[in-house]
Design a protein around this ligand. Sequence first.
Ligand code: SF4
Length: 464
Amino acid sequence: MVNILDGLNSMPWVSLGRLPNGWVIELAQIPPRDKFKYSYDLWSNGLAFEAFGIARTYKATIRAAGYGDGLWLLNFDTQGRLLNASYTGARWGPFEISAPTQDFSLLAYPRYRPEIHRLIGGTWLRAKWIDKYESSHLTYRLEIVEAQDALYQAAMRTLDDFVRALSAMNTQQNDPLTERLLDAFRKLPLRTHTELDAEAARFHEILGISGHIPVEPPELALDHYHAIPLKVQDGCGGLCTFCSLYGRKIRIAPVELVFRQIDLMAEYLGEELDHFTKVALLQGDALVVPPETLARELEYAREKFALSSSSAFAHAFAKATTVARAPVPQLVNLKKRGLLHVNLGLESGCQDVLNLVKKGQELSEFHGAVSALCEAGIGVSVNIILGVGGLKFKERHVQETVEFVRSLPSAVTVFYSPLQIASTSYYVRNQESSFGRLSDSDMIEQENVFQRELGAYKYLFVPI
Ligand code: SF4
């Protein structure tokens, strides 16, 4: 019988004492927890993500007097993958570990503990909630951790040494609790740094994606740790001149392949399925999949991923032109089968800008698509691109976008992201010169207007 406990960190820590290499290690294990009850504990504490392996987490602290001046906290999942690493201290062997300054308020966090978190696809993030001075509004900030980052390098070195040290510990422990915990850690397939990279490659192979998932629906930014990606189609079919996210051509994945992905993903996650509550349907226009097929895929995912039988769980990117072709009852059926939320790229509320960047979208059609989704009870978010249309459309882009978004149902969430364009793109070669480039202060001004007038959130592109 599974014993489900209330309260985080309710299990005791046990010390392994001093190891031959001088390290002092303590271990703890959070037992299985009810994912539907606890998956948001992480966010409600508002400070850190250390407990995000909510179903079960294997925790270790490490000290090494003389080698480092602080304390490591490492969390592993049930598959022996390192989920996050934090260090309270400034030096570990050859590594100087400073608190990051970019966008992080040290006043809000005077005892900042640098930490990094590993997303399901292997991307490492440094992430925190920040309380802005001017309000009590908490903002989610993050940065992608690069391979040369000192904390990352120190964490990987520590991970490898930890795995080695633990596997070398064969001595029987006198204390039964210590013995039980040590045994639980020994049974984990603890992954070294290189093995973690191999796991990331395995994850992308299941999805048939080379490299990383370029982007996930923005409303999942706070749910990176709880959403299982599933690729139901390739490409987006768009011709937008500024964008190179996907291949242009739409390819719908055969249903058998999607079922196979679901099986392999369930296997990949193993017991970790216990804390996944969402699914992200990839890639650019998931509703292009025939509705009956998509419904079958959703049902299969619901069953295999042990998702709630009563709530919708799937997030998708879609094109408004595709949604506009779906009658409301069809959308209602998709909602019943699991479609929770759709994100649409508005880019601009100025039709002239849309035409010039070849968005292939009429604003009236976009409006109809949003209304139909809302009528079907499906959540909607829309994306705006900061700076699209350059200097030439500086005023019109802002004014007409604000006006258009205000005409949409009020439940719609608005995101914005800065124009990010490949230097080889048509936009750069031909359009930027005719549009004129916006200055940084112009961009900030646009950002402020979208935040102030529409309550828009910044959209963070996190490759996963
Ligand atoms: S903006 Fe959207 S529709 Fe246009 S090319 Fe990019 S992903 Fe495709």
